[in-house]
Every structure is written in structure tokens, then in C-alpha cells.
Write a protein that binds this ligand. Structure first.
Ligand code: ASP
Length: 317
């Protein structure tokens, strides 16, 4: 069956997740890494699916799925996030509710265990859409979210990547292993509402307070019941310039394109500017799609129709 669900078997709910895109090729992953990534994606699918299967909201499902991936050191979000040039972890996240188009985002947060939960607090408990840096940390404490020492996010593998980058200035700002590990989820619930959430550590060696596309509503994250929900991963600067997530939703809404067509066109436009990465998409009609212009993308999808897929490589179904 093609990736797009047929209209006649519209599922009651859908969930699509990603754990980053990039040079993900069969001979580049050890069996242990592969098993670890697969287990993480499966756990996230289970967390989000459980919410949706019990009639829960798409918003709760995407948060639940992303929280699992934030705790998993295989992904560049929460624990396991990439290091800044100064050897710290500064985390970005966003969440958006397609029913109300309310959104929340945080950039450069350093002490909240689950940045996606902080983004949701910004959406629900503040008059703002985006908070950054020490102010975001302060708001997190005031909201009573779980706090951790910045070192809690650190892993030896990410330290190695920073050292490798510093040893080779030709690598520039791009991830040293040419792999993005940002995580995200999009869902449709039993009421036909969609939501999107994305969380990241950004790019290895980032400095000067660099912020990517992830927490920028319309770039890395967007949800609108009139079109679809999108979460992105990739070279954030290009995704910002293309306005990837909103652009996909706009094409669906105004041109009536299928999710797959809109996502493919926008990923091609992003690539034309020099940007690599991928997106996941779902809509109130229960269609699901993904598109990436890299060799692979860690991804998975599930629906009430009983389908459940975890895939890594470009030629995986
Ligand atoms: N898009 C993220 C950023 O530019 C990186 C990633 O997807 O891993 O911050």
C-alpha cells in the first residue's frame, strides 16, 4: 500500500515521528547503534499511540512521543544533545496545536529535562509564543518543570563529535558525522485535530546563541487543522529561509496538493538553496507522508488501522 492512506479507510488516528535525517547508510551503523535507535523510535511510537488509542489529543500524543526521544541518548534532543562550541547543551523545542493554532517554543534552554514540555507551558501558561535563554530557564522553574544539571544532557559520543569538529576547522558548522538527530512528531487524533512538536540540541559546535529552525513556528514546526502538521529536521538555516513547515501547509491549503507532493516540492526547494534534511507530515484526513533529501531519515509511523513502521534508509518502505 502506498504511504498515503486511501480515503475510504481513513484511520481514527495517525502518528508519524522522526529522529533526524542525514548520511544514514547501512554500513555506517553498528548493530548496537541500529538496535538502540530502533528501540527508541518504537518506544516513542508506543507512547504516542497509547495516548491516541485511548482517545487522547494529538497535542498530548506528540508531546508524549517527543519526551521519550528527549530522554534517549541516541538522538540530538534532551539527553544526548550535541554540544555547543563552549561544551554546553542549549536546547530548542516547539509545539503547535492545529485546532487553535496556538504555539509555544523555547530556544537555548539549559536545565529543563524535557524542553518540549517547556514549550507547551509557554503555549498554555504564558501570553507569549517563544522564550529564550535564562528567561526560559526561569519560566521553567516557576512552572515547576523537572530541572536537571546541564551535565545531565552530556554524552561521551557528543563530546567526541565536538572534539572532532574542533580538530578540523574545514568541517564548518555542519554536523561532523553529517547526521542530524533532531526529534519530532506529528499526529491526528480521533476528533480530527492535528498537532506537531520538535526538539533539538541544534548543531554541533554552535555559538553566538545560534538558533535553528526547530523552535521557529513555520520553519521547523507547524500545525493547522485547515491543512496539516509538519515537523522538520536538517540544516536549520535553510529550513528557516524556505519557511519549510508553513510552506508545506500553505501548498496543501491553497493548492490542494497531497501531503507527499507538497513535502517533496518544498524539500526540493530547500535543497536548491543548499539545505539537506527531511520532514514528516499528517493531516486531519488521516493521510501521512514523509520526505527527505538525505540518504536516510530515522522515522516511524503508526495508525489506528494497525499499520506500524520504523525505517532508517532511503529505500526502506
Ligand atoms: N534542524 C536542527 C537545527 O538546525 C538540526 C537537526 O535537525 O538536527 O538546529
Amino acid at each position: 500500500m502506498p504511504l498515503s492512506a486511501h480515503a475510504q479507510d481513513k484511520p481514527r488516528w495517525t502518528l508519524v515521528i522522526h529522529g533526524g535525517a542525514g548520511i544514514i547508510e547501512k554500513d555506517k551503523l553498528t548493530p548496537e547503534q541500529e538496535a538502540g535507535v530502533r528501540a527508541g523510535l518504537e518506544a516513542a511510537l508506543t507512547a504516542g499511540s497509547t495516548v491516541l488509542d485511548q482517545g487522547g489529543a494529538a497535542l498530548d500524543a506528540v508531546e508524549a512521543a517527543v519526551r521519550v526521544l528527549e530522554d534517549d541518548p541516541h538522538f540530538n534532543a534532551g539527553r544526548g544533545a550535541v554540544f555547543t562550541w563552549d561544551g554546553r547543551n542549549e536546547l530548542d523545542a516547539a509545539i503547535m496545536d492545529g485546532a487553535t493554532r496556538k504555539a509555544g517554543a523555547v530556544a537555548g534552554t539549559t536545565m529543563t529535562r524535557h524542553p518540549v514540555a517547556l514549550a507547551r507551558k509557554v503555549m498554555e501558561e504564558s501570553p507569549h509564543v517563544m522564550l529564550s535563554g535564562p528567561g526560559a530557564d526561569q519560566f521553567s522553574r516557576e512552572q515547576g518543570l523537572e530541572q536537571v544539571d546541564n551535565g545531565w544532557f552530556a554524552t561521551p559520543e557528543r563530546r567526541r563529535q565536538l572534539e572532532k569538529m574542533k580538530a578540523n576547522d574545514k568541517l564548518g558548522w555542519f554536523d561532523v558525522d553529517l547526521k542530524y538527530g533532531t526529534v519530532g512528531a506529528v499526529a491526528m487524533d480521533a476528533n480530527g485535530h492535528v498537532a506537531a512538536a520538535t526538539s533539538t540540541g541544534g548543531l554541533t559546535g554552535k555559538r553566538w546563541g545560534r538558533i535553528g529552525d526547530t523552535p521557529l513556528i513555520g520553519a521547523g514546526t507547524y500545525a493547522d487543522d485547515r491543512s496539516c502538521a509538519v515537523s522538520a529536521t536538517g540544516a536549520g538555516e535553510f529550513f528557516i529561509r524556505t519557511g519549510v513547515a508553513h510552506e508545506i501547509c500553505a501548498r496543501v491549503r491553497f493548492k490542494g496538493e497531497s501531503l507527499k507532493t507538497a513535502a517533496d516540492v518544498v524539500m526540493a526547494e530547500t535543497k536548491a538553496l543548499g539545505g539537506t534534511g527531511g520532514v514528516i507530515v499528517t493531516d486531519p484526513g488521516g493521510e501521512m507522508a514523509w520526505s527527505f533529501n538525505t540518504p536516510g531519515m530515522y522515522r516511524g509511523r503508526a495508525s489506528s488501522n494497525g499499520e506500524r513502521i520504523v525505517a532508517f534508509y532511503g529505500d526502506d518502505k
